[in-house]
Design a protein around this ligand. Sequence first.
Ligand code: DGY
Length: 320
Amino acid sequence: MFVARVIPSEGLDPVRDACDLDLWEDELPPPRDELLRRVAGCDGVLTLLTDRVDDEFLDAAGPQLKVVSNYAVGFDNIDVAACARRGIPVGNTPGVLTDTTADLTWALLMAAARRLPEGDRYVRAGSWKTWGPLLLLGPDVHGATIGIVGFGRIGQAVARRAQGFGMEILYHDLQPLPPSVSDPLGATYLPLEELLPRSDFVTLHVNLSPVTRHLINAETLALMKSTAVLVNTSRGPVVDQAALASALRDGVIWAAALDVTDPEPIPMDDPLVGLDNCLIVPHIASASRATRGKMASMAAANLLAGVRGEQLPTEVPPPS
Ligand code: DGY
């Protein structure tokens, strides 16, 4: 087995106990040529979202490869169709990170609305001289309208949090969900072009696909309120970053909070980095100790099942 990074012991220990483990121990991902060299001859590989699994990777691994287990719920780094053509199942880690990701989404939303990073920088810069009636004003979160784009597990978990803040909850997805899902959340379906102008907060929870790449662009940003806050904990390329930077600079929208960027890490000369109304954290939505441990144990279970020729506990459905 090749495991492409040190993951929590909940996943590493069972793999180490069961098989011959080649572990990439650096903090940074293996460079491409090293990755291709290390997977050669492996029966199973445990990858991260930083490792691209495509035909080149599968050729390098060889025909004995039985499983690709991704340490993430997202799998846009994997060409699932290419794996399916070779009969190689792909595993991911759904479910266990839903609430942890929704928590971080909420932290970003609150922090951007109430300008926490700016406030922190202000204090540390020694600028805090007195209580100021106009200092660092922002919008209320309670009672506001939230537009949730992508109403799967994580989007719905965000909606549950929004209920506690007495918010009006709007959502958009490929199609309206059954009332048995949306009614208990008090969530109303709207087409994207109707949801954006009505939302005070817009939060993104879609998979990255050709359909969702640059879903938020100059045109869709222009539909949003000039007071709106955009939150992205999905994937960086869902947002056209150059368009977002212009929108934040020109007051088309008020603020943004990003857990994901395009590329990652975001280059230090990206215009977003210089904007006070853009909060950026380094793709940490699932980063609680407990959740990363559960993800590790699920990824190990998928890896070991695949090597034994068993059904993966959580397999990414192959494209039809
Ligand atoms: C995922 O799982 O897809 C996240 O982006 C990382 O936990």
